[in-house]
Design a protein around this ligand. Structure first.
Ligand SMILES: [Fe+2]
Length: 407
């Protein structure tokens, strides 16, 4: 084999190798098993991912390498090389096409975004602990920015009274102490500046008891005329979830954990469902809801993981909001997100999706346990709902909706 062709084949095989093991870790982290088992399996995958290339190269040493023909050997190493090459090549051919469909054009009718440098607003970089400092060595780290993404979504069964209703969707705040309180205060100020009708928070809020006092001066400051709602996520289970819920409710938020709540939005009966599966059961009891034939209604679900999309569809939900996958936190050129703790891998890392009459929005989230982001800034999504027959208007983040947030 020509050395240049061999080098390219090895590079693609290495990519396939990385994607294979990362894909396995993604599936392990979608599972609600005991934390030590999940961590143990993750470590095993990491060690195998590091050692397999060395073992493969060693088995082919020196004869096949000397002949520039490692793929021609008749052993396990060559078989593994072929497997990785096929996986890498298939992914390179298919992933860019998949990325063009991430924000389903049948649903997302228009989009505008604006990124703010929160560190510049604060006049400092509030990152604490060695892990955060190491992450911040990456010169393009976006962990201390905030992107407001206005998305105009077409919801098939949107009642006329809810035309142009706005929902600010935020998720995955991961209050650990690694990112300082000031960042979250700015987050709340930016959300309020958008003046949404509703605020929805889809979990992974606080994972250290030291951060419980942060809830009132941050999420407790959020205001929306139709309510500020939340569910919790898997990382919230690192501390006492009942205490977190109690503090959030005391701060004025409405808890949807495993519940259905009947309310009215602009005179329309609205059913809100909160699903924290698979980590914090139970799922809300959908059978207790009045059928649409008896009561025309709008159904909105807050779920932590997009893996519950199927559940949302079975629950006949109109609009589902999810987080958990963080947009992958790092989005590679060509490939997009690759690290995404879902049983569907990176498919639902972020984006807008539709199955039947159910629309799903998956936010990139606000933070992460590891404060590192690249080509995937923290997101405040402002979702503007439209019906199928309404006209598309050019969305803008300028004008009366937005005023300068206070620091
Ligand atoms: Fe998360």
């Amino acid at each position: 084999m020509h050395p240049a062709v061999l080098a390219l084949a090895i590079a693609i095989a290495l990519l396939g190798h990385g994607l294979l093991w990362l894909g396995l870790v993604n599936r392990i982290h979608s599972w609600a098993g005991p934390r030590p088992v999940v961590d143990g399996l993750t470590l095993t995958c990491f060690l195998l991912a590091c050692s397999l290339p060395l073992a493969t190269a060693w088995q082919l040493w020196p004869a096949e390498w000397a002949a520039w023909a490692p793929f021609d050997a008749d052993n396990f190493a060559a078989g593994y090389l072929w497997l990785c090459l096929a996986l890498g090549a298939t992914t390179l051919a298919w992933k860019p096409w998949q990325e063009t469909r991430r924000y389903d054009p049948r649903v997302q009718r228009a989009h505008a975004s604006e990124v703010t440098d929160v560190a510049a607003e604060l006049g400092q970089r509030p990152l604490y602990g060695w892990k955060a400092k190491v992450c911040d060595l990456w010169p393009w780290n976006e962990a201390l920015t905030l992107s407001v993404d206005l998305r105009q979504l077409e919801v098939p069964r949107l009642p006329l009274e809810l035309e142009r209703l706005t929902i600010a969707h935020i998720t995955d705040l991961h209050m650990t102490g690694r990112v300082g309180l000031g960042f979250y205060e700015q987050l709340a100020a930016h959300v309020n500046a958008l003046r949404p009708d509703v605020v929805a928070i889809t979990g992974d809020i606080v994972e250290e008891p030291e951060c419980w006092p942060w809830l009132a001066p941050t999420l407790g400051q959020l205001t929306a005329p139709l309510g500020v709602y939340f569910v919790l996520g898997n990382h919230d289970d690192f501390v006492t979830t009942d205490r977190t819920r109690e503090l959030l409710v005391d701060a004025g938020l409405i808890c949807l954990s495993g519940r259905t709540v009947r309310t009215e939005w602009n005179g329309v009966p609205t059913m809100l469902l909160g699903n924290e599966l698979p980590w914090l059961p139970p799922a809300p009891d959908v059978s207790a809801l009045p059928p649409r034939s008896e009561l025309p209604q709008f159904r909105v679900a807050l779920v932590h993981t997009p893996d519950q999309f199927g559940w949302c569809q079975r629950a006949d939900v109109d609009l589902a909001l999810a987080g958990h996958t963080h947009g992958g936190q790092v989005q590679l050129p060509v490939l997009g997100p690759v690290a995404s703790p879902s049983r569907f891998g990176a498919k639902y890392a972020c984006g807008v999706f539709k199955r039947g009459e159910t629309v799903l929005h998956v936010s990139r989230g606000v933070a992460g346990k590891t404060p590192l982001r690249w080509r995937c800034p923290p997101e405040i999504a402002l979702l503007e709902l439209t019906g199928p027959r309404s006209a598309v208007t050019a969305p803008t983040l300028a004008g009366p909706r937005q005023s300068a947030p206070s620091s």
